[in-house]
Ligand binder design. Structure first.
Ligand code: LFR
Length: 498
């Protein structure tokens, strides 16, 4: 028996998708969530002059196409929710019009600003005020860049809407700000759980542009009449889900009630554990761990790790040069390449910016006196092995920070499809990896909608639904001496930052 139909839009840095979820009661098996992808579309960084932007109108158009397709396929969603990457935003003027295209978080406008603000406020103080790992792309630095250049957009701006809030606004006409994505700005006070107006004042950011946050599960409103008319659809209710994609993905981790560690693996790798309160200790400051807001009043103590971005960039480069290998082909070559020939620190800042990734990897290895990877397989192997060692290092730090011990690691998100990465991770951490679900963000998005409509009681019940609905792949650790020796080498490489 079908109990509810929900529609989730999950916007990622390289693609977006619309998925339909149906909650059904199956005799003898209990409640299940059945998920079907309805629409998938590319999301591209657009380079204009010296800047990089998101094509927000294109994204909105694709969202509308997604709604239309659900109707064409005969689905009638009770509610819909939108999640996306964090930190980026649009500004609306007095009349509610969007002021320009939102900047891409990899835009160069924030270069040097982390250092500048650190000098002005102090790294420790900034951490205590925001609870976040100091990343150059955080909203605070994007706004600080506008303050410094005297951007007219900032003067004219009346409301700041984060990307999922902006899409929700275009769909409903309602201006809202959802809590989990607000906590990615570095302008939200983790302990007071409100916007940090005094920090805004210190940086010169006008506090008038910030809207009081909605909590995950709050109702934004129905689709606007003009949207319904254009698409010939019903006024579906839009719900503020855990709109930060990472928070949504964590909501979908098929864990029980005991403490667990997770790795949300996509363009970024976010490795962390769930807490009920933020952890701001001398050690979390030193190791720069983020405390981000999660669904169900949780805090996510996590580390941003560079992730599969490095692989995506290599692949893009090879394709531009006429290469034809798809992901399975590249991974086959990586499997065949010799193990632990060369390692990189994936979090070295040079790997953050687009372009020239292959050369950057090679020159990193050269400069650190390692054997230079040459073939595509060798390069991918070098990146994946380095990531897996980074995961081990982070997991061990997380245990020290929290006093918890983890018997394995939940891996969710697109990276689950990369069997080699899952196996290397299990080998590196010397514990089991439980991989799945792949579409964690979209599923977490659906779960919050189901909680909002009373079909799931809370996050625990929602996670049980995930467990009962999606199979997990288990990867056993296959460690050896080579592994330990590589980890020692890796620790030396990253010493400069730890
Ligand atoms: C993952 C993610 C990370 C955030 C980064 C930039 O998609 O949302 O959590 O740090 O993108 O927004």
């Amino acid at each position: 028996m079908k109990l509810s139909t929900v529609l989730a839009f999950d916007l990622g840095a390289s693609s977006g998708r619309a998925l339909i979820g149906e909650m059904i009661a199956v005799e003898g098996e209990g409640l299940k969530l059945e998920v079907k992808e309805i629409h998938r579309f590319p999301n591209q960084a657009i380079h204009v002059g010296n800047h990089i932007h998101w094509d927000i109108l294109r994204l909105f158009q694709e969202v509308k196409t997604g709604i239309l397709k659900t109707y064409q396929e005969g689905y009638r969603a009770n509610t819909l929710g939108i999640d996306s990457w964090g930190v980026d935003f649009g500004l609306l003027d007095e009349s509610g019009e969007l002021l320009g295209n939102p900047y891409h978080y990899r835009d160069q406008q924030t270069n040097g600003l982390v250092e500048e603000l650190a000098e002005f406020i102090g790294v420790e103080e900034l951490y205590l005020q925001s609870g976040l790992q100091n990343m150059p792309f955080n909203t605070i630095y994007q706004l600080f860049a506008m303050v410094k250049t005297g951007s007219p957009k900032l003067d004219a701006g009346r409301d700041l809407l984060m990307i999922p809030d902006l899409i929700a606004y275009m769909l409903t006409g309602r201006k809202t700000c959802e809590y989990t994505t607000a906590t990615t700005t570095q302008l939200f006070h983790p302990v007071l759980k409100t916007w940090n107006k005094s920090l805004m004042e210190t940086v010169g950011i006008p506090s008038r542009i910030f809207i009081e946050p909605f909590m995950p599960g709050d109702r934004i409103g129905p689709l606007a009449p003009e949207v319904c008319e254009e698409l010939s659809v019903d006024p579906i209710n839009v719900i503020a889900v855990a709109t930060h994609d990472t928070a949504s993905a964590i909501a979908a981790v098929p864990a029980g009630e005991d403490p667990f560690a997770y790795l949300v693996c996509g363009t970024w790798s976010l490795l962390g554990t769930e807490l009920s309160e933020p952890l701001l200790s001398p050690q979390t400051i030193k190791w720069a761990y983020s405390n981000e807001g999660g669904a169900g009043n949780t805090f996510q103590l996590l580390k941003n790790i560079m992730g599969l971005w490095i692989v995506q960039e290599c692949k893009r480069e090879w394709e531009e040069r006429g290469g034809t290998s798809d992901y399975p082909g590249l991974m086959r070559q990586a499997r065949a390449a010799p193990a632990f020939q060369a390692l990189i620190d994936p979090d070295d800042s040079q790997f953050y910016t687009p372009h020239g990734m292959v050369d950057k990897i090679r020159s990193y290895c050269r400069k650190t006196w390692q054997k230079e990877p040459v073939t595509e397989g060798e390069i991918i192997r070098c990146v994946l092995e380095s990531l897996s060692l980074r995961y081990r290092h982070t997991l061990e730090q997380l245990e020290k920070l929290t006093g918890r011990s983890f018997s394995g690691l939940h891996l969710v998100g697109g990276g689950v499809q990369n069997g080699l990465l899952c196996q290397l991770t299990a080998n590196a951490i010397g514990r089991q990896v439980w991989a799945g679900p792949v579409e964690a963000s979209a599923i977490g998005n659906m779960l919050v909608q189901l909680i909002a409509s009373g079909l799931c009681r809370d996050l625990n019940e929602a996670r049980f639904l995930v467990k009962n609905s999606f199979p997990l792949m288990v990867y056993e650790a296959q460690g050896d001496l080579l592994q330990e020796e590589a980890y020692e080498r890796f620790k030396k490489l990253i010493q400069k930052i730890d």
